[in-house]
Structure formats: C-alpha cells, structure tokens
Ligand binder design. Structure first.
Ligand SMILES: CC(C)(COP(=O)(O)OP(=O)(O)OC[C@H]1O[C@@H](n2cnc3c(N)ncnc32)[C@H](O)[C@@H]1OP(=O)(O)O)[C@@H](O)C(=O)NCCC(=O)NCCS
Length: 185
C-alpha cells in the first residue's frame, strides 16, 4: 500500500521522511525489540504492542499531516527509524508545547541521520506549520539523545529539568532535561 497522499514528505541530502507503508511495520517491530533502542525509553515493546502502536501513529500522521514520520535512507531505500513532531502528551511546567523526538534502528546509529532528519523536521515545524517553539526532552542519562539536541542547536533550559510523570520518583529515568528551539521568523 502506498503512503497516503496527505502526508507531507520531507527530504534531506541522505534521507526521505515519509508516510508509512505496510512493510515498515516489521522494521518498526525489529527496531523496538532492540535493547539498546529501548534502554532509555522506560518500556520494552512486545511484538503486539509495537504493531498496535505503529497503527496508531500511522493514522495520526495521515490525519494531522505531522506526527511520526518514517525515516528512509535514500541509498538502498532502507528503513532507518522514525522522527516525530507532536503535542507533548502529558502535563508539565512547560506544557502545552510541541515536541520533537527521534528513534533510530541500532544499526543506523552513528551516521548523523537523526540530526539530519530532525533539522529538516524542525524547519518544517517552523516554516510549514508556523509553530514558534519546539521542545525536546529526554532522560538526563540519555546522552546520545541530548547530543542530538545540542547538534541541532537547541538550547538547554537550565531551569527546565523535570520529573517525567511516566516514571516513579527516584526511578533512574525519571529526571528529564528540557531543550528548546525557537523559530527565527
Ligand atoms: C538518540 C539517537 C536517535 C541518536 O542517534 P545517533 O546516531 O547517535 O545520532 P545522530 O544521527 O545525530 O548521529 C551522530 C553520530 O553520528 C556520527 N556521524 C557520522 N557521520 C556523520 C555525519 N555525516 N553527520 C553528523 N554526524 C555523523 C557523529 O560523530 C555521531 O557519533 P558519536 O555520537 O559517536 O560521536 C539514537 O541513539 C536512538 O535511536 N536511541 C534510542 C531511542 C532514544 O533514546 N530516543 C530518544 C528518546 S527521548
């Protein structure tokens, strides 16, 4: 099945960010089964949970025109992961807000794909969606994700650290850091 025409495609030198195809679901399941990928997410995904989640986020992307895009590497047309723009789905001191996030299949780490794709998605948020600010956050200990935020030029909000409500107080992933990017339009 082809991606729904309503999903905007975002292109970078090495990547295409696009809507979902049926074949992406297996790649998504495989990505989310890798322990390095879920190390800082606070949850592991059974096959059924990953399949259901893919159906939900695919429908959201097709309905809203933003959400979890599939990241495809142009060279070989390989599934590399997914990058998301969405409303922050919980209440915190900085919400309501729009967030950006990323998840790559482990074999595609270390090539700059997350930063390259996310830079284009941020530009989409500011120029096409007209958003004035996008935040990103991650567990304080998720240094790889924090480095993506820094490579993107996002600004750490030093007063913004927060306890993520999905984790029990004191859980090793509870403490989160907050970064912000503002439109310069
Ligand atoms: C967070 C995550 C997306 C980062 O992936 P990544 O590959 O480290 O990030 P980038 O795509 O920006 O790549 C940067 C790395 O590629 C290297 N690189 C190689 N070629 C590059 C290029 N052309 N341009 C930029 N970087 C390049 C960089 O040196 C850097 O490597 P280093 O960190 O070892 O120094 C990945 O670790 C992941 O999916 N984690 C699991 C999910 C997760 O935790 N998501 C965040 C939840 S909030």
């Amino acid at each position: 099945m082809r991606a729904a025409p309503s999903v905007p495609t975002i292109e970078t030198p090495r990547l295409i960010l696009r809507g979902w195809r049926d074949a992406d679901v297996e790649s998504w399941v495989g990505m989310n089964a890798h322990p390095r990928v879920t190390e800082f997410l606070g949850q592991s995904f059974t096959r059924d949970a990953a399949v259901s989640r893919a159906a939900v986020i695919r429908a959201e992307l097709e309905r809203n025109g933003y959400g979890w895009w599939v990241v495809e590497i142009k060279d070989g047309r390989r599934f590399a992961g997914a990058i998301v723009l969405r409303e922050v789905p919980f209440e915190a001191h900085f919400t309501p807000a729009h967030e950006i996030g990323w998840r790559l299949a482990f074999e595609h780490w270390g090539h700059g794909y997350a930063t390259e794709g996310a830079a284009a998605v941020l530009d989409f948020a500011f120029t096409r969606l007209g958003w004035s600010e996008v935040v990103a956050f991650t567990a304080e200990v998720n240094l790889r994700s924090r480095r993506v935020m820094e490579r993107l030029g996002m600004t750490r909000d030093l007063a913004g650290d927060f306890e993520h409500p999905a984790f029990a107080p004191g859980h090793r992933l509870c403490r989160h850091v907050l970064y912000r990017a503002r439109s310069n339009r």
